[in-house]
Structures are given as structure tokens and as C-alpha cells.
Design a protein around this ligand. Structure first.
Ligand code: BJW
Ligand code: ZN
Length: 245
């Protein structure tokens, strides 16, 4: 059922009365900017499932294939802009005394929109890391060579993103947990909530007594456990939520 005005007013009043708001976003918030999501029909790249390429095993087996996938996404992202959902979160950050934005996205669109207190759980597509000397650098070259090499040591570079089976950066994970444990209201936007540990954040927030509001085109596995589910497009619902705050 599509979100109605009463639900939006309810969510807005929780936001207005909150000192601390934490937002968790996933691929769905960037969909209206033209970024494909991972699951569903959108999650395909040249016949490959995107999630099958986001693994250390795929990179070890065929680094060219995986780099082609990331080069294709870098090329696409270079021309894409944040949408009204990203902008609404910048507005929200300006209004809320303690605001944190946790994103699973690597697309940099929250930063491009102007969000400040940003926690990128799965890394960033514009950062590369040397697989030999571990040097980490921002690199916006598009496209990179099929097998890009480290300017310091000649080792093979990889994207600074978190693949399946890899540990999240412990400092980043701790920041995400801290923002989750302390918030009064959490907004969960455009994530299928199947990938751990990000998926557990909404439940942790709930257990700590926060109000949790989901914004998604479709119901997710968590919908019934949360306080309110607003069904619809993030680019339409988030601007309505922050209107008049
Ligand atoms: C809209 C919309 C619009 C569309 N408006 N909404 C515990 C239990 C079981 C398994 C595990 C576990 N702990 C760890 C695991 C293993 C694994 C995991 O979770 N597997 C599950 C699939 C079961 N997790 C890991 O491996 C993590 N590492 C870890 O935990 O290390 C320790 C450990 C290792 C091994 C075992 C145990 C512990 C790392 C996870 C890294 C995920 N990496 C990726 C790739 C990042 C780089 C890249 O982008 O290339 O991250 S995979 C991919 O999924 C990407 C995303 O960030 C992530 C989440 O996807 P997201 O954002 O939810 O997107 P979609 O497409 O799924 O959903 C889009 C949603 O938007 C949909 O709901 C739409 O309806 C909605 N939507 N348009 C509003 N306009
Ligand atoms: Zn190196």
C-alpha cells in the first residue's frame, strides 16, 4: 500500500522531536539517479549477477572481468547526479542536532549532494587500494586500465570496496554501531536488508528503543518489525518527510 499523508505526518513528527537521527541507505536511494540496484532485474551486468562479481574469489579468478565491471560503473557514475532523496537528507542533517548517515552505497552520491557526517560501510568506488603495498588513494580516472597498477610498487590495484566474505573496516563498523545505538529515530531507505552486518542495524536501533521508519518501493523482510513502513519512491517520499522541518 502506498504511503499516505497520515503516515508521512507521523514520521515527520518523530523526526522533529528527535535530537539524534541516523539514516541507513542502500542502492534504492540512488535508483532514481540512474544507478542500477543489486537485486532484481537491475542487478545484471552482461549476463553476470552483480553480487557474483563483488567477491574476492571473482577478483582472484579474473581481475580483468571484475575491473571491467567497476570501470563500467565508474563511467556511469561519473555522469550521474544526486536526486531529491539525497538532497532531502542534506536538509535533514542541517535541522537535526546529531545526525549520522550510514550508507552501503559506494557511489559517492551522498557526498556529491553535500552530506557531511557520512559513514560508508562498503567503501567507495573512487578509492583504490594496492593489493601488494596496501597504499590507499582516491583515483577518479575513467576508465582505468583493465589491470591498473600501483604507482608506488607496481602491484595490482583493487577497488576499495567491501566484497562478500570480507571484513568491514572495524573503525567504520564501530561508528555505524555507535550511531545506531544512540539514535532516537532511524530511517532505513532503499535497501533490501539482506546483507549483513548492515541489515541488522535497523533491528539493533529498534532494540535500543529508537523509532524505525522504512522507506522502500516494496516491503522487505523487516517491514513488519519496524514502526512504520512508507512504501514508494525515495525521491518522492524523502522530500515530503523533510518539508517544513
Ligand atoms: C527503492 C527504489 C526507490 C529500488 N526508492 N526504494 C550473517 C548471516 C548470514 C550471512 C552473513 C552473516 N554475516 C555475514 C554474512 C555474509 C555476507 C552476507 O550478508 N550475506 C547475505 C547475502 C546472506 N556478508 C558479508 O560477507 C559482509 N562481511 C562480513 O560480514 O564479514 C564478516 C563475515 C564474513 C563471512 C561470514 C561471516 C562473517 C560483507 C558484505 C559486503 C557487501 N558488498 C556489496 C558490494 C559492495 C561493493 C559494490 O558495490 O560493488 O555491497 S554486495 C551489495 O549488497 C552491495 C550493497 O551495498 C549490498 C546491499 O544491497 P542493497 O543496498 O540493499 O541493494 P538491493 O539491490 O539489494 O536493494 C535495493 C532496494 O531498494 C530494494 O529493496 C528495492 O525495493 C529498493 N528500491 N528503487 C525506494 N526509487
Ligand atoms: Zn603498491
Amino acid at each position: 500500500m502506498a504511503a499516505d499523508d497520515a503516515d508521512i505526518r507521523q514520521a515527520r513528527s518523530w523526526l522533529t522531536s528527535s535530537e539524534r537521527v541516523t539514516v541507513l541507505t542502500g542502492a534504492g536511494i540512488s535508483a532514481e539517479s540512474g544507478v542500477p540496484t543489486f537485486r532484481g532485474e537491475d542487478g545484471l551486468w552482461q549476463g553476470f549477477r552483480a553480487t557474483d562479481l563483488a567477491t574476492p574469489q571473482a577478483f582472484a579468478r579474473d581481475p580483468k572481468l571484475v575491473w571491467n565491471f567497476y570501470n563500467w560503473r565508474r563511467q556511469l557514475l561519473a555522469s550521474l547526479q544526486p536526486n531529491p532523496a539525497h538532497t532531502a537528507l542534506v536538509t535533514l542533517e542541517e535541522k537535526i542536532p546529531h545526525f549520522s548517515l550510514i550508507t552501503q552505497n559506494i557511489d559517492d552520491l551522498h557526498r556529491k549532494a553535500g552530506s557531511k557526517n557520512l559513514i560508508e560501510m562498503h567503501g567507495n568506488i573512487w578509492i583504490v587500494r594496492c593489493t601488494r603495498c596496501q597504499e590507499v588513494t582516491r583515483n577518479e580516472e575513467v576508465p582505468l586500465p583493465e589491470l591498473p597498477s600501483c604507482p608506488e610498487c607496481g602491484g595490482l590495484l583493487r577497488p576499495q570496496v567491501v566484497w562478500f566474505g570480507e571484513q568491514l573496516d572495524p573503525d567504520i563498523l564501530e561508528r555505524a554501531f555507535a550511531a545506531t545505538r544512540s539514535c532516537d529515530t532511524m530511517l532505513v531507505v532503499g535497501t533490501s536488508a539482506v546483507v549483513q552486518p548492515a541489515a541488522s542495524l535497523a533491528i539493533i536501533a529498534k532494540e535500543q528503543g529508537a523509532r524505525v521508519v522504512e522507506v522502500n518501493l516494496e516491503p522487505t523482510v523487516y517491514t513488519h518489525q519496524l514502526d512504520l513502513a512508507l512504501q514508494g519512491k525515495a525521491g518522492e517520499l524523502l522530500p515530503q518527510l523533510v518539508e517544513g522541518l
